[in-house]
Design a protein around this ligand. Sequence first.
Ligand code: ADP
Ligand code: ZN
Length: 722
Amino acid sequence: MTTLSDVKAALKKYWGYDEFLPLQERAIESVLHGRDSIVVLPTGGGKSICFQAPAVSLPGMAIVVSPLISLMKDQIDALTECGIPAARIDSSQPIRERDGVIERVINRELKLLYIAPERFAADGFIRFLRRVDISLIAIDEAHCVSMWGHDFRPEYRRLGRLKESFPGVAVHAYTATATEHVRRDIALQLHLKDPEVLIGSFDRPNLVYRVKRRTNTLQQVRDVLARHRNESVIIYCIRRADVDDLCAKLIRKGYRVVPYHAGMSAGDRKAAQDAFISEEVEIIVATVAFGMGIDKSNVRAVIHTGLPKSLEHYQQESGRAGRDGLEAECSLFWSGGDYGIWKSIMANTESDQAREIALSKLNGMYNYCTSLACRHRALVNYFGQDLEGGNCGACDVCLGEIGSMDGALEIAQKILSCVVRLHERFGADYTASVLSGSRDKRILERKHDQLSTYALLSDLPKNTARDWIEQLVGQGYLEKTGEFNVLHVTERGWRVLHGEEIPSLLKPADKPVRTSKVAADSWEGVDHGLFEALRGLRRELAMRRSVPAYVVFSDAALRGMARLRPSTPDAFLLVSGVGSAKAEQYGDLFLDAISRYCKEHSLPMDVATAQREPRSSKGRSTLNLARQTAYGLFAQGISVDEVARAVERAPSTVAEYLVSYIAKEGLTEPSPWVDKRSFDRIVDAVASLGSDLIGPIYRALGGEVGYDLIKISIVVLQNRKR
Ligand code: ADP
Ligand code: ZN
């Protein structure tokens, strides 16, 4: 029988990971127990390992259904790199290639077979698969089955047949879409039998969220890009015209950028996507049409240059950053005008009800932008969850980057009177230079250094004065007029000069932006130069093998190498994210590069410090506390329901604690947790089935004995055999 420790061994061997991420373990247990399941984890939560790792460990072959060919290809490339035999069958394939795959299926060579959903229309195909030993069925992006999700696909409706066509094989559904409605629909449409429902935390602690009013798109985008030199960045715009415009401006400034939107030909779109994935270019400027089916794990920033239309959309789009668990940034620039654009688009919606829903979602998004509450908390609250702890340390609010300026009136008066002294004939940039006391030739020639307002804000960087001018424009105290955007004081502006109205100005950050704790941790001990050198090597190898760079090694693995700096193959295997197949294939090349670099820079190798886990372990200590308390209560023979109440966890969670408690203590009696009659029936079922797989036992007992009771009894029986 395949156990969790077998799967853990596979996780180490093939993927090079030592630990499961939160919830992966329980999701894998459902697979091992043959119980249907629905697993809801945010993007980057590690859903694929939940079915791939048990598929490798179990006898037979797993079937994986996935909606997009690009997604399938990516996953198969990644599995192949890890040394796992996997292939796909879809309608785009040449016949010969498909025949080759079918032969591999018949020869039992594959551990995972990816199948496009429309293939299940053919009875012959299902009959063919039924001749093969199927370990499990995984439905990826399972929300596609529901009309309530954001990406309904009619072909997914056919997947309900799978339960009947493969009786005895459990079906597992994976999605990042959390709503209750969609979840219920998945269970219903896929005909799941009493599925275990596992829902992860929707927080993405490695993402730093920032929200700013849009004042100067190009400048604001460039400020973010300056923090991500040579890194992959996605920039979203609301309209195609904005994409083309921003793209052209960035190219003029020397950035390597490609555009992506629905107005381009399919060929051009594909070329743009490929260039981004292969890291030929770092930046893609796109409408939200881009992104579905992009598995690229090392996107370091997602920038929105306009207001998204709902927090669901924002969560999904921004979620494409930092899938590898390393720090990444999500910056959003919005304006009141965007709200108006969306509202007028929504006015054309046919039904009143749909319009109302859309509008209330838009309002939710707008409130997120205008509030000054922690962004992480605001996001998870929206999805019905809460965050432990106070300061998240990873958003503009908690990092103290925003907040109103004391003395805003005085500052605004300085700025406005400077505009007046310049006879309202200069733009924002020039005015800011005068205020900050610049020795620019133009200023001296015009004798503007002799104005009473010259250098009034010289204790601050010019950019701060520039930002404040934009904020005053945004609030209607200043106006930009004419071809050259000359500043002009409005009527309201004069009220400020007379002290009758007080504008609000945002505090400049003491440092422009702070580094989040996640970023500091994940770079700890990493030699940046070596990291860059290894990235170069990775790009070269990826190009040669025509796979995406992150398929060769993730950014996290490269940082691990640049931190531990291994000198031997054994030490190389200690790096998280280095499995044995990759070590064998690439080990020499990387070890060589590492030792060369370390020699040149006199860096010590084989750094002994335990590798820091870049993944956030938030919540883990409290989980352990609950588990510890539960163990103490079990020792006193207290029931699962009572313990659940005491430690404030779901009974199903506490039942899991109990199973590990019984295993750990080697208990051989199921009482007081399982009544004698149920236990005897379970023992009989095990004997007549000749197996202690939980799913089959549950079915043999006609669903009359619950899963938890069966699991508890099975560990007791296993203890008896020891
Ligand atoms: P999802 O499909 O939920 O968006 P993925 O399966 O793509 O997430 O995983 C996200 C990233 O996390 C990948 O780079 C993957 O290799 C990594 N990952 C998955 N499981 C683990 C683990 N147990 N330890 C470390 N990294 C992991
Ligand atoms: Zn916060």
